[in-house]
Design a protein around this ligand. Structure first.
Ligand code: 5GP
Length: 189
């Protein structure tokens, strides 16, 4: 998606440790017109795949799940903390956070994900693949099928995309970054 590449080049900032900051349009302030385009593109990519639910993880994945509006399916987000909102029987999976270098559990209620669901996983970034692996594990535990995954930005120089595609998962990225050395962002061509 050319628009995503242009947005990254004009507004993204490369931080130490291989982190791309996109707070001005995706992670903190949200460019709503642009978000609509993201949703439309993801919906177009998975239009023929029988998706009946979108699953992401709080907090930054939630905006990308705007694709659910375009696909007219419910969207579900896994929580990172067990609160009174997550009661009853829950599915959980461990995730290692790339940006915070910590481990946490993600969880969803069994009431909201189960057999008969055909799920599209979405997230803002794909780096080492831990977040998507955690979401896959939730789906597996629920007996739900996974149609594929859509991410706004894949950092292809990290291993997550190769790992997940190698396992047979369809992964679509709206922009694929090949490298960010010395602050110069290059895309996969
Ligand atoms: P992974 O689990 O694939 O290693 O990393 C993906 C998760 O970490 C995403 O949910 C995203 O929130 C966060 N993340 C990974 N890399 C970046 C990055 O370069 N910039 C930002 N803003 N978040 C990232």
């Amino acid at each position: 998606m050319l628009l995503m590449e242009e947005k990254i080049l004009s507004e993204g900032a490369v931080l130490p440790g291989g982190v791309l900051k996109v707070g001005s349009f995706l992670n903190q302030r949200i460019d709503t017109g642009f978000l609509r385009e993201i949703g439309r593109e993801i919906a177009r990519l998975f239009a023929e795949d029988g998706v009946n639910k979108i699953l992401t993880v709080e907090a930054s994945g939630i905006a990308i799940a705007a694709a659910a509006l375009e696909m007219q399916v419910p969207m579900l987000f896994a929580k990172k903390h067990k609160t009174s909102n997550v009661d009853g029987s829950v599915l959980s999976a461990p995730v290692h956070s790339f940006t915070h270098n910590t481990d946490y559990n993600i969880m969803v209620s069994r009431d909201y994900l189960g057999k008969g669901d055909r799920v599209l996983l979405v997230d803002d970034f794909l780096a080492n693949g831990a977040a998507l692996c955690g979401l896959l594990e939730l789906c597996r535990g629920a007996g739900a099928e996974v149609a594929g995954a859509a991410v706004a930005i894949e950092k292809a120089f990290q291993g997550g995309g190769a790992l997940l595609r190698g396992e047979g998962l369809r992964v679509e990225a709206l922009a694929r970054i090949a490298s960010m050395e010395d602050g110069n962002i290059r895309f996969v061509r």
